[in-house]
Design a protein around this ligand. Structure first.
Ligand code: ZN
Length: 111
């Protein structure tokens, strides 16, 4: 039996439901300003069911999900995956210039 659902689709962070159930990202101390695109959320709903609140999230392409951006010339930490010593991939932080960080396409992420 199908569950009730009321799915809305968001084109981007300007959608009225874009930040439903999306928490703010804590400032990590190295970054300077709230991201002007995602307003500190690090991403937004690409799709959300207003009944069950199941959602698909889009990662902000301005701040790479950090919610904060570098306004000076400091290196920016971006999440990346590398192979660990046990042969398993693991998350690491990679430090790149602000220009490099803005050029990274984090790609779609579904939740
Ligand atoms: Zn952002």
């Amino acid at each position: 039996m199908p569950h009730a659902s009321n799915i809305v689709y968001c084109d981007g962070p300007d959608c009225p439901h874009a930040f439903d159930m999306v928490g703010l990202q804590p400032r990590n101390g190295a970054l300077d300003a709230l991201c002007p695109r995602c307003h500190g959320h690090g991403g937004w709903n690409a799709q959300i069911d207003l009944v069950t609140f199941r959602c698909r999230r889009a990662i902000c392409d301005r701040c790479n999900g950090a919610g904060w951006v570098e306004t000076g010339d400091d290196p920016v930490a971006v999440p990346d995956i590398e192979m660990g010593p046990g042969g398993n991939p693991r998350w690491v932080l990679r430090y790149v210039s602000k220009e490099e960080a803005e050029a990274i396409d984090p790609g779609p992420l579904s939740g």
